[in-house]
Design a protein around this ligand. Structure first.
Ligand code: HPA
Length: 318
């Protein structure tokens, strides 16, 4: 299955719709990054995947892969966190052209919102119509267990900032009517995509529940009192990433599937069958990633061709 050869032009869709003198050079930087990537491979990805802490190994399953270090891509931010390898991997999963980010950067590393979401902008310009965003998360809902995968149904952004801050850049519109100053977030996480994921998990004989992801800035883990407050707010999961990438993806008009891996129970939440909660550390997060690697890989590998077929059907209808 091939991507859309006119993708870089697609990125210019909004250029006529506004006074571009008011926009930033973020678009130009993202275009330079996309052009550099095009100089390294002819592959035209239709699905972008961001791998969270402990999940980076999925990228080793990409066939006919071109691996580009983030350090080589113009303007790409570098991850400083253990477990985030820092490579963009372009190739095929089950015959579908994908672009996989092996590691991401976070606001707690000191990056600006534009830097945190820059790779997402580039995935859009490369032609990805769907973003699969994954993360490690703490489980707030008491019936979650360490190692379970959860389909994100919605998020609560408590990071205190928003990735769409600053001048609006309508050239980032990848589908008609996207790239607006104000944009809807009521269906940020596609119901259709997470239904596909839940049905696939049933076929693979494990339970994939849905949950609300609450994002904090980090890097400290939360206090038990914060987790109790977040539960009252309606959160099932807590983490330090994802929401800004999803905001930017929705600004561009990409469909989003969000998957959280519960690497630990959140602060003060005892694991099932225990009376007291453990302390939390990054090593535990990484180790849990390794434990569920096979299940996570099987789920994604089965989902990717299903998503690609849905994209083809959507393209035919539009
Ligand atoms: N809190 C915040 N972020 C996380 C956690 C957590 O408990 N686990 C993995 N990422």
């Amino acid at each position: 299955m091939e991507g859309n050869p006119s993708q870089l032009k697609l990125g210019s869709r909004g250029a006529n719709m506004t006074d571009t003198s008011k926009t930033t050079d973020l678009f130009g930087k993202a275009q330079a990054a996309a052009e550099y990537i095009h100089s390294k491979t002819t592959l035209l990805p239709t699905i972008g995947i961001i791998l969270g802490s402990g999940l980076g190994n999925f990228a080793t399953h990409v066939k006919s892969a071109t691996r580009i270090p983030y350090a080589d891509i113009p303007h790409f931010p570098q991850s400083t966190v253990v477990g985030h390898s820092g490579h963009l991997v372009l190739g095929n999963i089950a015959g579908v052209p994908v672009a996989v980010m092996q590691g991401r950067v976070h606001a707690y590393e000191g990056y600006t919102m534009d830097q945190v979401t820059f790779p997402t902008r580039v995935l859009g310009l490369l032609g990805c119509k769907t973003l699969i965003v994954t993360n490690a998360a703490g489980g707030i809902r008491t019936n979650l267990t360490q190692g379970s995968i959860v389909a994100i149904s919605d998020h609560i952004n408590l990071t205190g900032t928003n990735a769409a801050l600053g001048p609006n850049e309508p050239r980032f519109s990848m589908v008609p009517d996207a790239g607006q100053r104000f944009f809807d977030m009521s269906t940020a996480y596609s119901l259709h995509l997470r239904t596909l994921a839940i049905e696939e998990a049933v076929r693979q004989e494990f339970l994939l529940t849905e949950g609300v992801y609450l994002a904090v800035l980090g890097p400290s883990f939360e206090t038990p009192a914060e987790i109790r407050a977040f539960r009252i707010l309606g959160a099932d999961l807590v983490g330090m990433s994802t929401v800004h990438e999803v905001i930017v993806a929705r600004h561009m008009g990409l469909e989003v599937l969000g998957l959280s891996l519960v690497t630990n129970m959140a602060a003060g939440v005892p694991a099932a069958g225990r009376d007291t909660a453990n302390t939390i550390n990054h090593e535990e997060v990484m180790e849990t990633g390794k434990l569920v690697e096979k299940q996570f890989t099987c789920l994604l590998t089965a989902l990717i061709p299903q998503i690609a077929i849905e994209q083809l059907i959507a393209d035919k209808i539009s």
